[in-house]
Write a protein that binds this ligand. Structure first.
Ligand code: FAD
Length: 486
C-alpha cells in the first residue's frame, strides 16, 4: 500500500488535571463529577453539543430502579447522585416526565423516565458550565501519548485550533467507541454484534389516533401515561414489539441480515390478533422499523427506531458509509410508509435525526475486571462497588437476581495495563448478556460519576487512581449523593 509520512510538528500544550474524552451519556456526568471534586477538567466532544447515544439512540432511561411488582416487593431507586440531579433539572425545565410507574411493563422496566432531546442538550451544558468544566466542542480525540502504561497526554483535532496536546493526570474514555483506549494501546475486543440505528424524531402526528390503530390491530403491548407538554395523564410511551407487529417477518429479516443474536432475542411468534396489512408489515421488516415510541410532546414521536445491521462491523469505513446512506434512505421510506399506513401520521414529517449513526456496541475495552452475566443474574455485590444497577435489557427472559440489584465494581472501569485511564459507558463487559445490562444509559451515567470523582481525587493527590484508598472514594461518592446500598 502506498504510504505518506506526516511531518512531525510542535503542538500547543494545554494543561488540565482530568481529561474526559466524549461528552455523551457517561462523559457528561464524569466531567461534572471531576470538576465538582476540584479538578481542572476538560471535556472533549466531537459534536457541537453533549448527550451522545442517550439522545440519539435511546427511548427511555433504563433504569434508576429495581423491579418490584414482579417479585412481590417494593421497587427501589438505586441510582441517585448526579444522574438524578440531571433528571430533576430536566423536569424543572419542562423536558422530562420524571420517573413514571409503568403498570404494563412490570417484567421489563416498571419505571420509565422520558426526556426531551433538545432540553437535555441545553440543561446538561448549563450544568457543565456551572461546575466549571472547560468544554471543547467540535474537537476529536485523535491520539494518545503513552509511556510505560501511563498516559501523559492526548492529541486532539480541534476544528478551530487544529492539533493540540492536552496534558493531564487522569483520563476518562467516554467515547462509546473506545477511541482513547485504542489510541493508548489498551487491549480492546471488537464484538460481533453490529446493529446500528439512526432513530428519528417524527412530528405532525396524532399520538392518540396512532395508538388506537395499533391497539385495534393487535400491534400494541402497552401504553404508559404521564406528563406531556404540561398535561398529566397523557400517552407518553407505547410499546409495539417486533412479535406483536411484525410476526415472523422480523425473524426472517434478521436471519437474512445475518443477525443471529437479534433473531434469538426476538423470540418471534405468530400473533393472530395482528391485522396490520401484510404488505405494510413486510415493509416494516425490510426497513427494520419499530413502531413503539416515547414522547414528552403532543403531536411528536421523540424516537422511532430505524435500524441496520452492519455485516462487516463498525470499524470498516466503506460499510460505515453504506450504513449511513442506507439509514437515511430507510428514514424517508419509513416516513412514507407511516403516512400511507397508519392513521394519525398523514401529516407526519421528520423533525430530528442524529448527525451520525448510533452504534449499540463499539469496542469493548479490557479492564481489570469483566462483569460476568451470572453475577448480574445472581445480584452479586462487591467490596469495591462504585454503583448499583438493576435493569437487564434481556428481560423478561433475564432478570437481575438477589434483591434486584448488582454492584458495578471499581475494577470494571479501570483499564487494564494503563495506570491512569478509565473506561466508562457501553464499552465495558465483553459478555454480550452482561453488556445488555451494563450498557444502559443510567448505568453509564453512574459509572461516569465514579470515574470523574476518582480521577479528580487521584489528580489532587498526584497518584494513579488505583492508589487512592477505596474508603476515601466511597466516602466522597456517598457525600455526593450516590446510593451504594442501605
Ligand atoms: C438505537 C439505540 C437504542 C437504545 N435504547 C436504549 C434505551 O431505550 N434505554 C437505555 O437505557 N439505553 C438504550 N440504548 C443504550 C444506551 O443509549 C447507550 O449504551 C449509552 O447511551 C452509551 O453511552 P456512552 O456514554 O457509552 O456513549 P455515548 O452516549 O455515545 O457518548 C459518547 C460520546 O463521545 C463522543 N465521541 C466519540 N468518539 C469521540 C472522539 N474520538 N473524540 C471526541 N468525542 C468523541 C460522541 O460524539 C458521544 O457524544 C440504546 C442504544 C442505541 C444505539
Amino acid at each position: 500500500m502506498k504510504t505518506f509520512t506526516e511531518k512531525a510538528k510542535k503542538l500547543p500544550v494545554r494543561c488540565f488535571d482530568v481529561v474526559v474524552a466524549g461528552g455523551g451519556t457517561a462523559g457528561v456526568v464524569a466531567a461534572i463529577a471531576a470538576a465538582r471534586t476540584g479538578a481542572k477538567t476538560v471535556l472533549i466532544e466531537q459534536k457541537g453539543y453533549v448527550g451522545g447515544t442517550m439522545l440519539e439512540g435511546g427511548t427511555t432511561l433504563h433504569s434508576f430502579f429495581t423491579l418490584g411488582k414482579l417479585f412481590g416487593r417494593e421497587s427501589r431507586q438505586i441510582v441517585k447522585g448526579i444522574p438524578q440531579e440531571i433528571v430533576d433539572r430536566l423536569v424543572a425545565a419542562g423536558g422530562c416526565t420524571g420517573h413514571l410507574v409503568d403498570e404494563v411493563n412490570v417484567d421489563y422496566d416498571e419505571h420509565c423516565t422520558l426526556i426531551d432531546v433538545e432540553t437535555y442538550k441545553y440543561v446538561a451544558a448549563q450544568m457543565l458550565q456551572e461546575a466549571g468544566v472547560t468544554i471543547y466542542f467540535n474537537t476529536l480525540v485523535a491520539g494518545a501519548d503513552v509511556e510505560e502504561g501511563h498516559i501523559r497526554g492526548v492529541i486532539v483535532q480541534s476544528r478551530v485550533e487544529g492539533r493540540l496536546y492536552f496534558e493531564a493526570s487522569a483520563f476518562i474514555d467516554a467515547t462509546g467507541w473506545g477511541d482513547l483506549a485504542a489510541y493508548a494501546g489498551a487491549e480492546c475486543i471488537l464484538p460481533k454484534e453490529y446493529s446500528v440505528a439512526n432513530s428519528v424524531g417524527i412530528a405532525g402526528v396524532d399520538v392518540e389516533k396512532y395508538t388506537q390503530y395499533l391497539q385495534e390491530n393487535g400491534g400494541l403491548s402497552g401504553i404508559t401515561y404521564g406528563l406531556r407538554d404540561g398535561k398529566e395523564n397523557q400517552i407518553v410511551r407505547v410499546g409495539a414489539p417486533f412479535h406483536k407487529v411484525l410476526s415472523t417477518l422480523m425473524t426472517q429479516h434478521a436471519k437474512a441480515a445475518g443477525n443471529d443474536k437479534a433473531t434469538a432475542m426476538l423470540n418471534v411468534k405468530d400473533n393472530p390478533d395482528n391485522h396490520i396489512p401484510l404488505e405494510a408489515q413486510k415493509e416494516m421488516a425490510r426497513l427494520a422499523l419499530t413502531l413503539g415510541f416515547t414522547t414528552v410532546h403532543d403531536n411528536y414521536f421523540m424516537y422511532l427506531k430505524v435500524n441496520y445491521v452492519m455485516k462487516q462491523g463498525v470499524t470498516d469505513q466503506a460499510e460505515m458509509t453504506r450504513a449511513e446512506l442506507a439509514l437515511r434512505e430507510r428514514q424517508q421510506e419509513s416516513l412514507a410508509l407511516l403516512k400511507k399506513t397508519i392513521p394519525g401520521c398523514e401529516h407526519a414529517f421528520i423533525a430530528r435525526t442524529s448527525p451520525t449513526l448510533c452504534t449499540r456496541r463499539g469496542r469493548t475495552v479490557v479492564c481489570d475486571y469483566d462483569i460476568p452475566n451470572q453475577e448480574i443474574l445472581d445480584g452479586v455485590h462487591h467490596e469495591d462497588d462504585i454503583a448499583l444497577f438493576g435493569f437487564h435489557d434481556c428481560a423478561p427472559k433475564m432478570h437481575v437476581g438477589g434483591d434486584g440489584s448488582y454492584g458495578i465494581p471499581l475494577r470494571a472501569i479501570l483499564v487494564k495495563g494503563i495506570d491512569n485511564l478509565f473506561a466508562v459507558g457501553m464499552m465495558i463487559s465483553s459478555d454480550y448478556y452482561a453488556y445488555m445490562s451494563t450498557r444502559n444509559t443510567v448505568s453509564c451515567m453512574a459509572q461516569g460519576q465514579a470515574a470523574g470523582t476518582l480521577a479528580a481525587m487521584a489528580a489532587q493527590q498526584n497518584v494513579p487512581p488505583r492508589q487512592v484508598p477505596f474508603a476515601a472514594l466511597k466516602a466522597q461518592l456517598l457525600e455526593d449523593g450516590v446510593y451504594l446500598g442501605a
